[in-house]
Design a protein around this ligand. Structure first.
Ligand SMILES: NC(=O)c1ccc[n+]([C@@H]2O[C@H](COP(=O)([O-])OP(=O)(O)OC[C@H]3O[C@@H](n4cnc5c(N)ncnc54)[C@H](O)[C@@H]3O)[C@@H](O)[C@H]2O)c1
Length: 254
């Protein structure tokens, strides 16, 4: 029996990388997990991995940029498990790596739709269930790009700053109803998204590693541990916080 036994966690973008690691750790702590991803095959692989580890999980194919899918993910959760205790709004993409004046409108809108509107739609439908229960915790995956500028990914930087703004707003609006809302701000983490990004700028790999005080990338499970802690009873007075997990990158001038 884990400390989250009897609890229910919904994780978006759980088909890969950080989201998959979150699903596995929530399940290892005893929570039943709803794996939501636009990629059903990837999501099913996560469900299978949770089952193989002895946990409980179901798949909901969902595009977080669509409000109807956010609503459906929450209803499917409540229908199957009767409650929703933790939500990780984690699905995201990086968009085109180009200077601002060369970014297309399409790429800008898609990054905002998935990375920012996706978090908004998620919280909009998750919070009412938690308020009815009188308790719940949400973690939104932002980035250190939600706290600092980063060249070449303007739409992503804008979306992640927005995620932190929405997180803090939700935290002050719903704290008195028993719902805590925090964001996780990872640095460079070794996932398919980062590998794809580095393909467009291979010279960055060495500089990301050399420029980090810990001289390495983060691992998905390290981000997931931080996210699950933010949702756990151990973080019961942590609300509206931007938890940076970046090996010390943003406090260094290495
Ligand atoms: N990897 C890093 O270095 C890093 C750093 C900072 C923040 N982040 C953030 O962490 C989160 C997870 O990133 P990751 O590195 O694990 O990426 P990833 O590409 O490995 O996984 C992202 C998952 O999200 C899913 N997804 C994409 N668009 C979706 C949509 N519209 N609806 C539902 N699911 C969708 C994908 O299918 C995939 O399974 C993202 O929000 C990302 O911005 C990552």
């Amino acid at each position: 029996m884990g400390e989250m036994s009897g609890k229910v966690a919904l994780v978006t973008g759980a088909g890969s990388g950080i989201g998959r690691a979150m699903a596995l750790i929530f399940a290892a702590r005893g929570a039943s997990v709803v794996v939501a991803d636009i990629n059903a095959e990837a999501g099913q692989a996560t469900v299978n991995a949770v089952h193989a580890a002895g946990g409980e999980a179901i798949l909901v194919r969902a595009d977080v940029s669509l409000e109807v899918d956010a609503h459906r993910s929450v209803s499917a959760t409540v229908e199957r498990f009767g409650r929703l205790d933790y939500a990780a709004n984690n699905a995201g993409l990086d968009g085109d790596v180009l200077p601002l004046t060369e970014q297309s409108a399409e790429s800008f809108h898609r990054v905002i739709a998935v990375n920012l509107a996706g978090v908004f739609f998620g919280m909009k439908h998750q919070i009412p269930v938690m308020v009815r229960q009188g308790e719940g915790a949400i973690v939104n995956t932002s980035s250190i790009a939600g706290l600092r500028a980063h060249p070449g990914i303007g739409p992503y930087v804008a979306a992640k700053h927005g995620v932190n703004g929405l997180t803090k707003t939700a935290a002050i609006e719903y704290g008195s109803k028993g719902v805590r809302v925090n964001s996780l701000c990872p640095g460079g983490v070794r996932t398919p998204m980062l590998e794809e990004y580095l393909k467009s700028a291979p010279e960055l790999r060495a500089s990301i590693i050399d420029g980090n005080p810990m001289r390495r990338l983060g691992e998905a499970h390290e981000m997931a541990e931080a996210a699950v802690w933010l949702c756990s009873p151990a973080a019961s007075y942590v609300n509206g916080h931007e938890l940076v997990a970046d090996g010390g990158k943003i406090v260094s001038d290495v």
